[in-house]
Design a protein around this ligand. Sequence first.
Ligand SMILES: NC(=O)c1ccc[n+]([C@@H]2O[C@H](COP(=O)([O-])OP(=O)(O)OC[C@H]3O[C@@H](n4cnc5c(N)ncnc54)[C@H](O)[C@@H]3O)[C@@H](O)[C@H]2O)c1
Length: 447
Amino acid sequence: MADWYTNFANSGFGTTVTKQLGLPRPAVLRRYEPGRPLLPGPVVIGSAGSGRLRETLTRVVTDAGGTVLPAVEPDGEKPAAVLLDATGVTGPGQLVAAHDFLAPAIKRLRASGRVLVLADPPADADSPATAAARQALDGLVRSIGKELLNGSTANLVFVPEGAESSLASPVRFFLSGRSAYVDGQVVTLSAADVPTGEDADRPLAGRVAVVTGAARGIGAAIARVMARDGAHVVAVDIPAAGQSLAEVANEVGGTALQLDITAADAPARLVEHLRERHGGVDVVVHNAGITRDKLLVNMDAARWNSVMAVNLQAQLDITEALLAAEGVLRDGARVVCVSSQSGIAGNRGQTNYAASKAGIIGMVRAWAPAFAARRATINAVAPGFIVTEMTANMPFGTREVGSRINSLQQGGLPVDVAETIAWLAQPGSAGVNGQTVRVCGQSMLGA
Ligand SMILES: NC(=O)c1ccc[n+]([C@@H]2O[C@H](COP(=O)([O-])OP(=O)(O)OC[C@H]3O[C@@H](n4cnc5c(N)ncnc54)[C@H](O)[C@@H]3O)[C@@H](O)[C@H]2O)c1
């Protein structure tokens, strides 16, 4: 399923009309389907520095059932993904090797292709020239994202020395259809104990996952994707949404828990429910969120307070309670918090909402070391324009502009946010911690 314009632009009649009028023709994105190959074609791997990760990358691709092309020939097989190992780059002069590898490879890239660059983190560089070369890759990747056509994406992963074993899960995610709407993103890995032997189609098998705000929209999509990936879902929402909450919980074979997450006793009730009914929890997705928009000068305290309470304070209080309750947050737990592009770019009329969503980004960064010490992780996703009931009610013009001003020229789907959250929830994503990943199709806002 894509939005109406994408469907229209890809129909026979729509193709003719959009061509003649010079209108954008957004691609139908390649999305994940369990059991399908990781990629619809081979991967080409190149390097621009010492090539420290080349062997690991080759192994990750072949272990996932992919094939690696030795090189891209002008008339040869087209790659579905282009991986550049730029580790070991020590100065800007070496970057021309990135250009020399990427240009011909990207020329041959298939539709919904992937460009993924791996590099050392600029913050770890021992000289300004090295830091400059590493940071240059950020500008390179973001620009490639804006040049790619046909639903292809470009992303960058910084891999510190010692974090090589954290690489498999992010590489699989960025190559797969799970990352369909993740574009122009930068993720920095950390060294971690990464469990092996995960079932690629059911990576959450045997796990208990709490999803707040699960009665509809993005939360319901998260519940479905988590259940598809093998988790038992505890779906949480306010009592007023009880009917649809029960429907979602039944559909995914999970449990419904009616709970207003801002209630004073909500953290204690959730902890007790998880302890009594499930013996603990492995994954917590803080998805529930509200908007109460007004220009700051017209905003009353009630609007400010309610948004802060649901979007930020409840996440802090519940997470603190889970950390404090002995034996409830299990070893290797994953907490994923839903932020927003508004928290990065700011948004007119949303000072309260943007402040709460920016707060999430600070919160996960600050909590990451404490989570790592428990072999757990905490991360955020920041959705851009996602096609939901909320956005369907926007005026036509605002909705159309809002959904097109990104490199993929279309709004994302709730499932795109859900897939990114489910990836962060995987046991294999142990080396992704304290990060905020935008699911925004490389939106121009806050880029
Ligand atoms: N839709 C978008 O384009 C978009 C963009 C960026 C971020 N987000 C964020 O994604 C999340 C989900 O958004 P959505 O579009 O699905 O929203 P939605 O309004 O469709 O769903 C939110 C759910 O949260 C529940 N909820 C609200 N207050 C609650 C409370 N006190 N206790 C328990 N549950 C509560 C609601 O009942 C509802 O079921 C939110 O955090 C939102 O801020 C959405």
